[in-house]
Ligand binder design. Structure first.
Ligand code: NCD
Length: 298
């Protein structure tokens, strides 16, 4: 796997290998040393957990890390991203991890630099399109709780339309043949196109007998004027409360990619309750990203 761009470009074998390797890292506690490969992080959008997770993953594999301070980089002087990347490649950087608001930018760069087969690109989230490492760490977490995903009902709840996590999830659910993928959202936040699964605005129908509930953040910064929704309406109908959780199976697990809007996406009693695996997602993210960094080098 030369690059890690999106779920579509992963085969089921690639995906299964990444999960197995991440679990191995988690269980072993000893890691190979890749100290002759430098990783550069280019984060053009805000990030806490994804950025720290990629950074710690590289450190555990003893890869030297360069964190570009993009707010103060030469792009502020008018340099274009391709020149920034060309500069890093000329310096011998082996892996470039990018988060950017422009959809498809990481794939474009991978194409543009394909003659340089010494550089590998990793997508850490592009616009509203894809967040493949998040979807992969979610799947790893689910498989730690449920033996097989083919009989499962997985519910995504919240602002599906603007969520790159939800978009990657549709492709991942298809790859893994997830029994049922349901996306629950009020009309203005429903996806424009559906690749896999079905959409409902009924929380009760959507959560009924669900095995996994993935709550998503209300992405206020991405809402267009016609997509604005009264938050009290949202809370009244969609916030994951303890009471609403009872529609799902008793052993359902609750997830959220973070950052959480407590009291809007999910109530604190649920987020911090016994069925929540939200912090396990965070821990697994580190191992999944180690597996990704190693896989692109092979
Ligand atoms: C997500 C993201 O940035 O896409 N968060 C994350 O990476 N853990 C989800 C979000 O911002 O709501």
């Amino acid at each position: 796997m030369n690059h890690f761009l999106d779920i579509n470009s992963l085969t089921i074998d690639d995906a299964r290998h990444l999960i197995a390797r991440a679990l191995q890292f988690k269980q072993n506690g000893t890691y190979p040393c890749y100290d002759h490969y430098t990783v550069a992080h280019l984060f053009y959008e805000n990030s806490t957990r994804t950025r720290v997770s990629f950074e710690m993953a590289a450190q555990r594999l003893r890869m030297p890390v360069v964190n570009l301070d993009v707010a103060h980089s030469s792009e502020q002087k008018g340099e274009v991203l391709t020149d920034t990347v060309a500069t890093l490649v000329a310096m011998g950087v082996s892996i470039i991890v990018i988060r950017h608001s422009q959809e498809g930018i990481v794939s474009l760069l991978a194409n543009r630099f394909q003659h340089q087969n010494t550089v590998h690109f990793v997508n850490a989230g592009d616009g509203q399109r894809a967040h493949p490492s998040q979807a992969m760490l979610d799947m790893m977490t689910i498989l730690e709780h449920k033996a097989d995903v083919s009989p499962l009902k997985i519910a995504l709840l919240g602002d599906i339309r603007h969520s790159r996590v939800a978009h990657s999830w549709q492709y991942l659910a298809a790859r893994f043949n997830v029994g049922e993928l349901v996306m629950i959202a009020p009309k203005p936040w429903q996806p424009v196109n559906t690749y896999y699964g079905f959409v409902t605005d009924s929380l009760e129908d959507g959560l009924k007998e669900a095995d996994v509930i993935i709550t998503l953040r209300v992405q206020r910064e991405r809402l267009l004027a016609e997509e604005e929704l009264d938050m009290s309406f949202y809370k009244q109908h969609y916030t994951l409360t303890e009471e609403r959780l009872s529609y799902a199976k008793k052993d359902a697990i609750i997830m959220h990619p973070g950052p959480m809007n407590r009291g809007i996406d999910i109530d604190s009693v649920v987020a911090d309750g016994p069925q929540s695996v939200i912090l396990q997602q965070v821990s697994n993210g580190l191992f999944m990203r180690m597996a990704i960094l190693e896989a692109v080098l092979q």
